[in-house]
Write a protein that binds this ligand. Sequence first.
Ligand SMILES: [Zn+2]
Length: 270
Amino acid sequence: MLETPATFIPLMAPQDDPDPLNFVFLAGQMLVRTDDLALPPSALLPALGVDAARLYPVGSLAGRYCQSTWCARDTPAPPGYEWRGMRSLFGAHDDGFMGVAGRASQIADWARTHQFCGVCATPMAMLQGERCFKCPACGMMAYPRISPAMMVLIRKGDSVLLAMHTASAAKRFTPLAGFLEAGESIEEAVHREVFEEVGLRVHNLTYFASQSWPFPHSLMIAFTADYLDGDIRIDKNELSEARWFGPGDAWPEKVPHISISSILVDAHRP
Ligand SMILES: [Zn+2]
């Protein structure tokens, strides 16, 4: 699963390291060497339009300093390098490295989208000792945005409810999921989303696990719940299908344990 490795320590202050790990992003893609998917050396950064002021500390991975940055949309990859979607690198790099890359992508995205104050348009300044931009004119502060979302696997006897989301590119059956609304608890979001998406009521909510999901900045919080009452009535804007999967059914094919969704489903496979 995409997760933070034990050898990672977050850092807030830039370090002067001659050979850092440079995570460079452009519109959700990461720059890697075509041959071996290695990260670019610091010597390549000026040609990408990246100066020292646009390098943001991420942390230390097994003693090696990690920094993150972003490039303008039309920046070509240097010879021998390519822009690669993060998902296409899962399995090619280990999960811990990809977990750090996910952190780096969120920091780069936060820096890219907070160059100017959203209140008064003054250029923002980094606060020392915190992962925070502060407006020198009006004091507005901006931390990296993290968007919590719930995921729930509903159980009924020896069956579980899986759904096909209309937005699912992979056309896979998965547990229900959805973003929190402002002012909502995670439990309230589970009950609301379940009722909105499939017309059911659930009880016995039990925490399963959580996972940072850097597309672009979600925190997925997964639960199991037991069916209480109601008949399946799907929200056709969100779902194309939802049904119970029991021991006699053809379950969705197993996929690598990159996201919490596959782990949650596999924990209930007959
Ligand atoms: Zn301001």
